[in-house]
Structure formats: C-alpha cells, structure tokens
Design a protein around this ligand. Structure first.
Ligand SMILES: Cc1cc2nc3c(=O)[nH]c(=O)nc-3n(C[C@H](O)[C@H](O)[C@H](O)COP(=O)(O)OP(=O)(O)OC[C@H]3O[C@@H](n4cnc5c(N)ncnc54)[C@H](O)[C@@H]3O)c2cc1C
Length: 463
C-alpha cells in the first residue's frame, strides 16, 4: 500500500528547510510534508514588548526558538563556514564535503536575498599573530553575516519558494514516530501520517523529545558536555579593530590556573544583548543588525567554559539548567554585573550600573555573579578577560558588563552512520537535534547532505 508521503521532515529549522529545498529542487515529483511544532514565519512573534510584557510568559510554543526558520529565525544570521567549530559534521562526511556544502548553503542564502552582505575571513589576518603572542588562539573561519534583518528576509523568500512544493503543517508537534513495514508512521495530535522516509531535524528545543524517540526506537545516544559562562558587553571601540576586519572572532584560551578551555562565542559588533528561553529557563544571548540605523554603541560576545563530565554523571544539560535556574532565582531572570564590582567582591547595584560609562542594552537585574557561577568557571572567565585585555585594551575596564548566565546546551549525540541514517533504514537524524551540529551553517549543510543521500538512494540525479 502506498504511503501518504514519500518523505516527512520533522522540524522547519535550517536543517529541515534545506533538506526540503534540496529535495524539491532536484525531484519536483516527490510528495514531501514538513511538520513543525511552532508557527508559520509571519505568526512568529515574541509577546515581550518591554512595555506591557517585560519578561517571558511561557507561551505554549516559544516564537523565538520554534516555527519556520527554527531557532535561527531572529538570530544574527552568522553563517560560519568552517570545520573548526559549529559542529562535527566533518567527522561523518569528511572535511572537504562539509566545507563544500557550507559554501553551497551560502550560495542559496545569497540567491534568496543575502546578496550584498559581507563575507569576513580570518585568512591572512595579522590578528592571528597578535593573539598567539598572548597565548590566545584564533580559529580559522569565513563568516557570512546576514544580520537579523536580512536573515529574516532570506527565510521569507525560502518560505515563498517552498510553500507550493511542500505541504507544511504548522503548530503540529509530532508526538511519536514508529517503524512500519517499508516506512514510518508519525503521529501529531489525533492524526497519523505515513511515509517512506523520515528526516528528523528538531533542533535544541526538541532535545527532550528526541531523547524519548531514541529510547522508543532503540537508537543509541551519548551526552556529556555543557558550556557555561557570561555575555560580555563593552563599548564597540574596544573590539572595533578586530570586528571591523573579522566581524566574528573565535578565540580560545587555556587557563593557567586549571588548564580549562575558555572561548569567545557569538560576537555581535554594535549589537544588543537579549534573553533566551530554554524550557522555561531564562538565559542570555546576543544579536546585531546589518542595518547601521539599528546599531548600538556596544559590542557583545559570550565567554564560555566547556564542562565535560565522566561516568557516572550523565545529565550535563541538567547541570547547566540548574546554574541558570539559580541566576533566575536570584535575579528574577538575567543578572548583570560590572567587571569592577565582580573583582572587588561586591554586587552591582542599580546606582552603580546607572553611573557606569557603559549603558546596558538589556534590562537585567544588577547583582553578583559569584553567587551563581561555580568558582572554577568564574576564575576561568576572569583570567580570559585579562588575557583579552592585552589584544583589546579596555576589555578589563571596571565598567565592562557581564550578564549571566549564558549556557550553551548540547543535544546528546545520536548514533547515526556516514549517511546520517539511524539504525532504521530511511530514518535520518540531522541538525542540532542529532547533537552533530551546533550552528546555522552545519545544520543547513546536514539537510542538503541527507537530501542528496535520499535522492541517490532513489536513483534520482542531484548535483
Ligand atoms: C538567539 C539565537 C541566536 C543564534 N545565532 C546564531 C548565529 O548567529 N549563528 C549560528 O551559526 N547559530 C546561531 N544560533 C544557533 C542556530 O540557530 C542553530 O544552530 C540552528 O537553528 C539549528 O538548526 P536546526 O534546524 O538543527 O534546529 P532548529 O533551528 O532548532 O529547528 C528545529 C525546529 O524543530 C521544531 N520541533 C522541535 N520538536 C518538534 C516536534 N516534536 N515536532 C515538530 N517540530 C518540532 C522546533 O519548533 C524548531 O522550529 C542561534 C540560536 C539562538 C537561539
């Protein structure tokens, strides 16, 4: 008996969108459905307006994390083209193929509205030498910065391209996936749908669901990492010699005190610090616009310390959530502290923040991060701030703002083969939900890759 669809894609984030794009571009006859827990792009709106609604009210589906475009829809749209960070896709498909796919994704983004945006690169940068003199290590990458505004336009154009080729089911979380003869049945609410092949791309917000599905279907998983830290905000001039040339710089530092790895993450020149809601826990993030009119006076970036756990502890994300919960308990959300207050062992007060030379771009509660972050993590962050001060003098100024906490959760890594196919033939797991990718470019590339593998398996041509 025929199935309802040739292919069902679960999740309309970059992974899901790019697999849908590649499939219908190369095989227009295929019947494809995309099931998405969140809203259609136009309906995605966070109710926080800073006026009537100042903090998260816990919507049924979070418009920041879910819906067409996935977690990246309102992001800064930084597509890092590199194997050095953003995921371990290259371990599955090879370094050259992974890079080629990321470049391919870039051409699609340009075709759908990103033309004219800047591509930055570390290649030939003098800054690498300057870093190494202070034991700071700059990772190689090219970065396409779409900016929050253009990123949204690209998504809108992709949505228009796909809407008459793919059947979209929005506000339709998939509850269960079961293996049937010759395919899969997915259940969403009261209805069930069948397909030959299924691509699961549920991202970070689908991590708990993914864990259940893996248990149900006997797919092995592995998880042991969480990154914890703060978001640093300072006058844009302090980092402008770096951000003007590279836009985003990923710098690694190994602390002298404990030998822990601290890194810069998600740099937003002239951007804004924002809150993020993961499973009801408020953490901090940042973004910036391409449009100069929306620029702020400040640059922000995260400083994160990677925490790897060994047996018997398995719940690395639970550990990160507990720390974030502590900051929510003390600050009612995100806490902000001046670096000068932190090293003097005193809390920041509204008056101290008010008098400071740096004006915060996020309304957070002045407080004391040393009551939230474990000493070892905080020591690492302080040590790196002093190291960064050598290449960007002013980083360790008293008025530098630290927002806490920033947590980078990692999905457990799902056991898939070189085709990103699970132990069940025709069931593919991609994007951040697979634990293999942690970024827009890697997640998108994994979508294109799996679409190619499916077309190949069907004997259909693809580039
Ligand atoms: C504020 C913010 C800024 C960011 N900025 C950047 C950046 O500049 N550069 C970068 O590289 N990365 C950035 N990221 C990370 C990036 O957004 C993700 O790595 C990327 O979106 C992952 O793509 P994905 O398709 O794997 O998953 P997602 O984008 O998370 O999409 C998964 C989708 O699946 C849906 N879903 C989940 N469970 C189900 C279910 N059971 N049924 C149906 N649908 C389901 C979700 O609603 C979601 O829409 C940012 C993230 C955030 C939150």
């Amino acid at each position: 008996m025929g199935h309802d669809y040739d292919i069902i894609i679960i999740g309309a984030g970059p992974g899901g969108i790019f697999s849908a794009y590649e499939l219908c571009q190369n095989a227009p006859g295929l019947k494809i459905a995309v099931f998405e827990a969140g809203h259609a792009l136009k309906q995605r709106k966070c109710p926080i307006d800073g006026d009537k609604i100042k903090s998260c009210i816990g919507c049924k589906t979070c418009s920041i994390m879910s819906g067409f475009g996935g977690a990246g829809a309102f992001s800064d749209g930084k597509y890092n083209i590199t194997n050095d960070f953003g995921g371990s896709l290259h371990k599955y498909i090879g370094k050259q193929r992974a890079l080629a796919l990321m470049h391919y994704v870039d051409t699609i983004n340009l075709k759908f509205g990103g033309e004219g945006t800047k591509l930055y690169s570390t290649a030939g940068s003098q800054f690498k030498k300057q870093c190494i003199q202070y034991d700071l290590h700059l990772l190689d990458a090219s970065v396409r910065h779409l900016g929050t505004d253009i990123n949204y336009q690209v998504l809108g154009n992709l949505n228009r391209f796909l809407e008459d080729k793919v059947e979209f089911h929005f506000d339709s979380p998939v509850d269960a996936v079961s293996v049937t003869e010759g395919g899969y049945t997915i259940t969403s609410g009261q209805k069930s749908y069948t397909c030959d092949k299924c691509i699961i791309s549920v991202g970070r917000s689908g991590s708990n669901w993914m864990e259940h599905i893996c248990k149900d279907l006997g797919i092995a998983t592995n998880s042991n990492r969480v990154d914890i830290g703060v978001r640093v905000e300072l006058p844009a001039e302090v980092f402008s010699h770096i951000t003007d040339e590279l836009y985003e710089s990923k710098i690694l530092y190994c602390t002298q005190k404990y030998g822990d790895m601290v890194r810069t993450f998600c740099m937003n020149p002239r951007g804004a610090v924002v809150t993020e809601n993961t499973n009801g826990i408020i953490t901090v993030n940042g973004h910036s616009y391409e449009d100069p009119e929306k620029h702020t006076e400040n640059t922000n970036f995260a400083l994160l310390v990677a925490k790897h756990f060994s047996e018997p502890f398995k719940d690395s994300n639970g550990y990160g959530e507990s720390i974030a919960r502590l900051s929510n308990m003390l600050g009612g959300g995100v806490i902000v502290q001046r670096f000068g207050d932190l090293i003097r062992g005193r809390r920041s007060t509204p008056a101290r923040i008010e008098e400071a030379f740096v004006t915060p771009t996020l309304k957070a509660t002045p407080g004391d991060l040393s009551l939230v972050l474990p000493k070892r993590i905080l020591d690492g962050i302080i040590e790196m701030i002093y190291a960064l001060d050598k290449i960007a003098p002013g980083t360790a100024n008293d008025d530098t703002l630290l927002y806490g906490v920033e947590v980078k959760f990692y999905n457990m890594e799902v056991d898939v083969d070189r085709n990103l196919e699970s132990c069940h033939k025709g069931l593919y797991i991609i994007g951040d939900g697979s634990g293999i990718t942690h970024s827009l470019s890697h997640a998108s590339a994994s979508g294109v890759y799996v679409a190619g593998k499916i077309l190949e398996g069907m004997g259909l041509p693809h580039p």
